[in-house]
Design a binder for this molecule. Structure first.
Ligand SMILES: [Zn+2]
Length: 244
């Protein structure tokens, strides 16, 4: 429901600075949500229409965990955006095809899961270009969205994305589902903390950079998350339907 009272109850008024590595690069003045929302980097938060939440997964495709996530999304009649690593896609092209044939959207998370903060502009460009090439070849289309590993976007990151016509998207809420102690309950709790209408949600469909098996917490959180959205009359879907 657009602007409904129940939807407004989801507002928390704050996104943690830690979830927005990009802003730490530009100094502490930008690390509060008020500054972020006023500032020039607000567009990176992936804020969409008020009756919609974008559901996104990072770090796949993984032959063990990604199909489990796909099955659960199918049971819940949900579609999402998968920010894939080029290296993982190259090793598991059939899983990329599974994602696509289930109606989901494939996006770029880089070729390797490396923090851009201390990397050269040339290395960053090579990494992103290689991922775009790999994913483009497997998918048959050029991806639209890009999310840097760890949410750390430096100036060369954003410049390269722009030159490759990729739209950079971080997130406004996350499930902290990579942790050893993550459970479905904790994932849902953490997502809810920063949820507001139009938020982009970050989860993980693979544990290649997370605690082994942590994707099971994500898996268990999907149904209650879907129910929460239904109760609040918020649609949950991919970035291409997010209206931003
Ligand atoms: Zn990642």
């Amino acid at each position: 429901m657009r602007g409904s009272r129940s939807a407004r109850h989801l507002r928390t008024g704050a996104v943690t600075a830690a979830s927005l590595g990009v802003f730490l690069r530009y100094g502490p003045a930008l690390s509060s949500i008020a500054a972020i929302r006023r500032g020039p980097y607000r567009y990176l938060l992936g804020e969409g229409r008020d009756d919609h939440l974008a559901l996104t997964f990072d770090d796949g495709p993984d032959p063990l965990s990604t199909p489990l996530i796909l099955n659960e999304l199918d049971r819940l009649s949900l579609t999402a955006t998968f920010f894939m690593l080029g290296s993982m896609a190259e090793a598991n092209p059939s899983v990329v095809h599974e994602v696509l044939s289930a109606g989901h959207e494939v996006a770029v998370h880089g070729n390797w899961h490396r923090n851009h903060l201390f990397r050269s502009a040339r290395t960053i460009r090579y990494d992103i270009e290689r991922a775009v090439g790999t994913l483009g070849a497997i998918c048959g289309t050029t991806p639209t969205y890009f999310r840097p590993p760890y949410g750390v976007a430096t100036r060369p990151t954003l410049l390269t994305a722009s030159q490759l016509a990729l739209k950079p998207v971080l997130w406004g809420a996350w499930g902290r589902d990579w942790r050893r102690l993550a459970t479905p309950t904790s994932v849902l709790h953490d997502v809810k903390k920063d949820l507001r209408p139009g938020t982009t949600i970050l989860l993980h469909d693979a544990d290649c950079t997370s605690y082994p098996g942590s994707f099971r917490a994500t898996l268990g959180a999907l149904r209650p998350l879907a129910e929460l959205c239904e109760e609040n009359r918020l649609q949950l879907g991919p970035l291409r339907e997010h209206g931003f």
